[in-house]
Design a protein around this ligand. Sequence first.
Ligand SMILES: Nc1nc2c(ncn2[C@@H]2O[C@H](COP(=O)(O)OP(=O)(O)OP(=O)(O)O)[C@@H](O)[C@H]2O)c(=O)[nH]1
Length: 262
Amino acid sequence: MPRTRNSRNSVQEVHIAVLGMNRSGKSALTVKYITRRFITEYDPNLEDTYCKHESIHGHEYMVWIMDTVESKGKDPMRYLAWADIYLVVYDITSQLSFQYAENLLKQINQHEHALCVRQHVTSLIGNKNDMERYRQVSRADGQRVADELNADFSEITTTEEYAIVKSLFHKAITNSISRRMRAVDRSPSPRMYSSDSEVVGIPRGKSTFTPPLLKSTSRTGGFRRSKSPKHRETLKHSLPPVAPNAKTKSSPGSKLFKLFQN
Ligand SMILES: Nc1nc2c(ncn2[C@@H]2O[C@H](COP(=O)(O)OP(=O)(O)OP(=O)(O)O)[C@@H](O)[C@H]2O)c(=O)[nH]1
């Protein structure tokens, strides 16, 4: 019997963009989710996309995570035209990072209304809540801005429990998939999601990230197989340049690649 996108054996793709001001903890959050580990320092200049195979409530997902780097001249369409889920991170000890996150949420909302018919899932995340005594942003302010700008809200620390980070990602993925399914039900020919593609051929329960077949209709225009060793729990993929003036990174390797070297 042919497998459909909704069948239990199919693997759906989900694209997550992790956004926020420099030093807010985007890489720490991404790496914690992928590896369960907290690593203190990352190369701040590298914007990488990672892939993780997930099983949530009996469904299989190929989760792509873009750990963004904010800098002038970078085109926000690289994630606006790509992500199903935005995780907007700020540092609770930095009012500036909170304002930055608020602006990002506004930008996402504007994109939704002006350019894009589909609904994304957006989460505002106050990171570093282990640093309570240096707090500059109250929990109430975080919740208020999230409510105003249609985002879920949570506070976390990436230094501690993996379970909290995992459940944050799982909740966003589940919400995103429900919205996708509702959109498919509503329209006979719904607009394709950025991640409207299906990965097939991965036996259930097998923890591998080198899928034998990947069909992608992603607007990022395909993908490259990682040169990382096989059977790792992650793959790093370089995105194609989105802006003609986008700088090519000169820094060698990726954050995770470095991680694996340790
Ligand atoms: N105490 C504490 N420190 C954290 C937490 N998350 C990240 N950090 C630290 O904050 C600093 C910045 O974290 P990164 O993950 O590199 O932040 P980023 O947003 O990716 O920063 P850029 O790469 O510059 O964009 C690092 O020194 C991390 O170790 C946290 O939950 N608690």
